[in-house]
Ligand binder design. Structure first.
Ligand code: XMP
Length: 518
């Protein structure tokens, strides 16, 4: 594992009781300029103390505290003297484990609810108005606070909606302050973190860069050399720029032209990195070799494996020119680490590069973005002076267009997809929607259907347009693109791209679909 990641001195640990909540909370904590990490709920008090947290935030979760096997905290954690904020399930757990009562309600509380302060609102709610709207999602509710706790707010179906023990600095809220629909959510988190737990709001992108540069220099050493594979995406670009800042010309980037890139992408990558950023760059033209190995390959996981292997081999050949490079820079992000690292999570696709490298790979990994979320990576990129079209580039999968062609990947199918994809991209940018939509691209399906063009029967392939909104790619919703735009896309693709006679729009969210088709 890489050690080129900066670990700020002050960390808030977000205890995970249900993955989706924990990630969002961790991001909101960071938006208060306080560094946060997610930990599993089964860590002991001693293991938590070893991380010297400035505060703990207990996340929400899908279980009831009353069901068998519901996750609990090591009870000693409440006596560590570390300030604790419990959210939803986390708050119920505080009540349940410290002697209060969590009851079943007649009905739960889902969606927007009014929260009303009791009396002066205690420490946590000091500056809040008397009433405000919050977002709730629970069935059970705290009905009696544990001894020593005060109950400082209520809502229609939460008799104890906010509770606190000021001396022990333990707080609980039934609602979800991390969700944008909760008014004053960020204020409440800031109140807890900065005013009550005493965290310093010092974690900024400038500090991330500064600390990462030190960590990278430390890992690579005075004379070590590194190589970085540029995929054309924002993650590898920012990782490269960060490592370049740390070790300058001792970094060589390798751009493997797999033949599976988007239209015009190879030229743009070479231009940006070699000319604008002054980074040493080896441009490997490997398309032919990729296509040779992809002949007859249609099964998605096999395809990913073949592409992955060829990528590494192309890399190793390029490495011949810089034989003394022992470090490989990768743009692995925090959600990749969480998604790949949870033992219970089922393997959906072998995508993320974490752990996906062949065992005989002879490099030490440098992963400077391993602690960052995507939006933070973009901010780091902007701070490092990367151009907007790289920083705001939509995510692009490692295996490139290979996983957007259902069926065999050939120079012909890639050419069709590239043309259609270029149309989708340019129209969405022209419509001014590129920053609202998380990813937007075309897929080529391995089926044919009958059509008619200019009195002639056609029998050709369909292009499927995929456009999704998302915050982090863990979940996604299909983008409600305007009909006029869809019409334009359909017309242009069918008129301009040979071999396509039908356009469909994918209206599947994730889950149950994934963003990519393979
Ligand atoms: P799925 O298709 O699983 O994708 O919903 C989630 C996000 O990951 C991207 N993706 C990849 N990224 N290497 C990557 O670095 C890969 O092999 C890969 N496959 C999918 C995908 O574009 C989406 O943003």
């Amino acid at each position: 594992m890489s050690d080129a990641i900066a670990h700020p001195e002050q960390v808030v640990l977000v205890v995970d009781f249900g993955a989706q909540y924990a990630q969002l909370i961790a991001r909101r904590v960071r938006e208060c300029n306080v560094y946060s990490e997610i930990i599993s709920h089964d860590l002991s008090a001693a293991e938590i103390m070893a991380k010297r947290p400035a505060a703990l935030v207990l996340s929400g979760g899908p279980k009831s505290v009353h069901v068998e096997g519901a996750p609990r905290l090591d009870p000693d954690i409440f006596d560590l003297g570390v300030p604790i904020l419990g959210i939803c399930y986390g708050a119920q757990l505080i009540a349940h484990q410290l002697g209060g009562t969590v009851g079943r309600n007649d009905r739960g509380e889902y969606g927007r609810t009014t929260l009303a302060r009791d009396g002066d609102g205690g420490q946590l709610l000091g500056a809040m108005p008397d009433e405000w709207t919050v977002w709730m999602s629970h069935f059970d509710a705290i009905t009696a606070a544990p001894e020593g706790f005060v109950d400082i707010a209520t809502s229609a179906n939460s008799p104890v909606a906010v509770l606190e023990h000021p001396e022990r600095r333990i707080y609980g809220v039934q609602h979800h302050p991390e969700v944008k629909h909760s008014e004053y959510g960020q204020d409440l988190l800031r109140r807890f973190l900065i005013d009550l737990a005493g965290c310093e709001p010092t974690w900024t992108m400038a500090s991330v860069i500064e600390e990462s540069v030190v960590a990278i220099r430390h890992q690579i050493g005075e004379n070590g050399r590194a190589i970085c594979g540029l995929s054309g995406g924002v993650d590898s670009a920012v990782a490269a720029a960060l490592v370049h800042k740390a070790i300058g010309h001792r970094l060589t980037c390798v751009y493997v032209d797999t033949g599976l890139m988007r239209q015009g992408e190879s030229d743009q990558v070479v231009e940006t990195f070699r000319r604008s950023q002054g980074i040493e760059l080896i441009h490997v033209r490997a398309a032919e070799r990729f296509f040779e190995h992809l002949v007859g390959v249609t099964e998605p996981e096999t395809k990913r494996r073949v592409i992955g292997e060829q990528f590494i081999r192309a890399f190793e050949r390029a490495k011949g020119g810089i034989a003394d490079a022992h470090f490989l820079v990768q743009g692995t992000l925090y959600p990749d680490v969480i998604e790949s690292g949870t033992e219970s999570a089922a393997r959906i696709k072998s995508h993320h590069n974490v752990g996906g490298l062949p065992e005989d790979l002879d490099f030490s990994l440098v992963e400077p973005l391993r602690n960052l979320f995507k939006d933070e990576v973009r901010s780091v990129g902007a701070e490092l002076g990367l151009p907007d079209d790289i920083v705001w580039r939509q995510p692009f999968p490692g295996p490139g267009l290979g996983v957007r062609i259902v069926g065999e990947v050939t120079p012909e199918t890639v050419a069709i997809l590239q043309q259609a994809d270029a149309i989708v991209r340019s129209e969405i940018i022209d419509a001014g929607l590129d920053r609202d939509v998380w990813q937007y691209f075309a897929i080529l399906a391995d089926i044919r259907s009958v059509g008619v063009m200019g009195d002639e029967r056609t029998y050709a392939r369909p292009i499927i347009i995929r456009a999704v909104t998302s915050d982090d790619a863990m979940t996604a919703d299909w983008a409600r693109l305007p009909y006029d735009l869809l019409e334009k896309l359909s017309n242009r693709i069918i008129n301009e791209v040979d071999g396509v006679n039908r356009v469909a729009y994918d209206i599947t969210s994730k889950p149950p679909g994934t963003i990519e088709w393979e």
